[in-house]
Design a protein around this ligand. Structure first.
Ligand SMILES: Nc1ncnc2c1ncn2[C@@H]1O[C@H](COP(=O)(O)OP(=O)(O)O)[C@@H](O)[C@H]1O
Ligand SMILES: [Mg+2]
Length: 414
């Protein structure tokens, strides 16, 4: 099992998740369309790809496309076509009628060019019918087909920035639902996945029914046993000896088994051992590496994307509120009801509907795994995220209770 801290993992590098894979496989085999959610870096893409890999071994067709960069429905449809390019009967059939776009035979163009040519041929008037035909060909294929649309919520968020965004999101989601209904119970199963909450997004837009045909499956963190179980084979395959209790100390320092954090911790401990020319690490090393490496400059860059994601995922006003809530929860240990009402009063002068915004923001922060509701308020389940946020805001976050109502800007994080 190779150490991995960047992209998704599959095959020999993929650890555990047996139960989640079983649940997903059952749904997919029953031709239920699935909404796969979970906090970022929890392993959604890995699970979807690993499921696809396993199904391919059983004669399924697996089509995967990441639509994080798509800006319009035409992009999404073209990226599905590109994923389908290697599946000849499907791509040949969809190429019929598109000769003038594609020019040559399907066999003679690469998947990339195929996608580009289809994209160039699509416009606001044609993507719906072409997309429906494409999904129809997948459903009519002789083998069962699993199609994964990864990062759908990021695509929708981007569309929402357009003045006509809400209408376009509605148009896309209604089309997807309608197209899947139209192709019926053929051999196509869809998994839609992403970390930014799709459900909160459609709720806010007042269109929850657009995704109610998707069966939600949520991916949570690894428990202690699984996190320890993943750490040991990693150490073994990288010839790193670990003192008894190291893997447990890693889990306890993290506070929660987010697979990517377990992997990052391992990678930093290994770097530490290499740097100090040591073949083994001790429980004592774990604390030092946590403070100096995971929370240090190297680790910081790993965590910055959490903030970027929030900025991308929230409206501007709600982003400021999210930063206040996270700074408070990190530095004070909890975002308490008293802090919540104080925050509402502080921001009511500059934002409309502050209490609605605070509720929406909390919903996203909980959905995306930053905070957990509990006794006396909201807290970070991940000690790493808490400590990181704390290091980031310690010097310029004034606790909400100490702020007078005219100094909102003073203590607010920048
Ligand atoms: N099943 C797994 N086994 C081992 N490592 C994993 C597993 N799932 C996730 N990871 C770790 O988490 C990282 C992020 O995984 P990814 O699938 O991209 O998450 P997501 O799509 O939820 O953001 C991987 O690079 C890897 O380090
Ligand atoms: Mg992913």
């Amino acid at each position: 099992m190779r150490s991995a801290t960047g992209r998704w993992v599959t095959g020999d590098d993929f650890f555990g998740r047996d139960r989640e894979l079983r649940v997903l496989e059952t749904r997919v085999r029953d031709r239920n369309h699935v909404l796969l959610t979970g906090q970022r870096r929890m392993g959604k893409t890995s699970i979807a790809r690993e499921l696809g890999r396993r199904l391919e071994c059983q004669d399924w067709v697996f089509l995967f496309t990441d639509i994080e960069g798509a800006t319009c429905a035409e992009d999404v449809v073209a990226s599905i076509a590109r994923a389908a390019h290697p599946v000849r009967p499907i791509s040949s059939r969809i190429a019929i009628g598109t000769r003038r776009w594609i020019g040559e035979n399907v066999e003679e163009v690469s998947a990339l060019d195929f996608g580009l040519k289809i994209r160039a041929g699509l416009d606001a008037g044609s993507w719906r019918s072409f997309g429906e035909k494409l999904l129809g060909e997948c459903a009519a294929h002789e083998k069962p087909v699993l199609l994964v649309l990864d990062e759908l919520p990021i695509f929708l968020k981007r569309v929402l920035r357009d003045p006509e965004g809400a209408r376009r999101v509605d148009e896309f989601l209604s089309w997807l639902r309608g197209a899947l209904q139209a192709v019926g119970d053929g051999s196509l199963s869809l998994i839609v996945s992403g970390s930014i909450g799709l459900q909160p997004l459609v709720n806010r837009l007042g269109m929850p029914d657009r995704i109610n045909y998707l069966d939600p499956v949520r991916i949570g963190p690894w428990d202690r046993e699984t996190s320890v179980g993943c750490f040991l084979p990693l150490a073994q395959s990288h010839d790193l000896r670990v003192e008894e209790g190291v893997a447990e100390a890693v889990y306890d320092a993290l506070g929660i088994g987010i697979p990517h954090h377990v992997q990052s911790f391992f990678a930093r401990l290994r770097d530490f051992a290499v740097m100090h020319r040591r073949g083994s690490v001790t429980v004592r090393d774990v604390g030092g590496v946590y403070r100096n490496e995971l929370l240090g400059p190297g680790g910081q860059s790993d965590l910055v994307h959490y903030e970027t994601r929030l900025r991308d995922g929230l409206e501007d006003g709600n982003y400021s509120i999210a930063m206040e809530i996270l700074a408070e929860a990190a530095t004070q240990g909890v975002f308490a009801p008293t802090a919540r009402s104080r925050l509402g009063r502080l921001y009511s002068a500059v934002l409309d509907d502050v209490s609605g915004r605070i509720s929406d923001t909390l919903e996203v922060l909980v959905h995306d795994g930053y905070l957990e509701p509990g006794e006396g308020g909201y807290r970070f389940p991940s000690l790493l995220l808490k400590d990181w946020w704390c290091a980031r805001f310690r010097d310029h976050h004034v606790p909400l209770r100490d702020r007078s109502e005219d100094e909102r800007g003073e203590g607010s994080p920048r």
